[in-house]
Design a protein. Sequence first.
Length: 239
Amino acid sequence: MAEVMIIIAKCLGAIAVGIIAGNGAVYFFNRIPARWLCDYGQEPDEELLHPTRQRVRSTPWKYVFSGLFIAIGIYLAIDSPLYALAAVASLWLLLEISIADLKYRIIPDQLVLLLMTTAIGYFACRDFAGPVDMLIGAALGLGVMLLMSGAGWLIYRRQTIGGGDIKLFTALGLCLGSRGIVIVFVLTTLIAAGHFCLLLLQKKVKPHEKRPMAPYITVSSAIYLVFLHEMSYNILIRL
C-alpha cells in the first residue's frame, strides 16, 4: 500500500510540474526580452516589441506542451524523481531555444547559460559520471561542432553551423556527459539528414539551404534523456 501511495504521489507531482512547465513555456517565451531574440547589434523589430502580440499562441500550444511534459515527467519520475526534474528542466530550456531558432533563427545566449546550470540537477542521479566526465562532454560538444563548422567551410566555402549551435552543443555536453553528447550528436545527424532528405523529395527546400539545428538537437536530447539514458548507463556498466 505504501508503494502505491508513493507512486501516486510521484505521478501527481509530475502532473503538477508538467502543467507548470507547459504553460510556463508559452508564457515565458512571449515575455522574453526582445533583445534576446536579436543578433548582436541588431535592433528588435515591431513584432518583437509589440506589448500584446503572442509570439507563441496559448492555444493549442500550452496544452500540447503540458501534455508532453506530463508524459515525460510521469515516465521518468516513477524511477527517479530527481532525474525527472533535471531532465524536464533541460528539455524545457531546449524547447524555448528551439522555438527561438525556428521563429527568429537565433539561439539566445541567456537560455544557453541557463541550460548549463541544469547540469547541477544531474549530480544527485545514481548514474552521474562525475564533473570530469561532464567537462569532457562539454569539450566533445565544442570540438565536434567546431570540426563540423570547419568541414562546412572547406566543402561549401560558407558558414554551415552557427555560433549559437556550437554554444548549445557545448552546454548540452556539460549536461549529458561524454557518452550522452556522442549519442545525441549521432541522433541529431541522422534525424536532421532524414528530415532534410524528405523535404528535398517534397521540393520544400533547396539542396544548399541552411536549416535551424536546435529543433533536431532538442528531439535527439529528448530521445536520449527519456529512453536511452538508462540503457547507455547499463551498457557502460557491463563494459
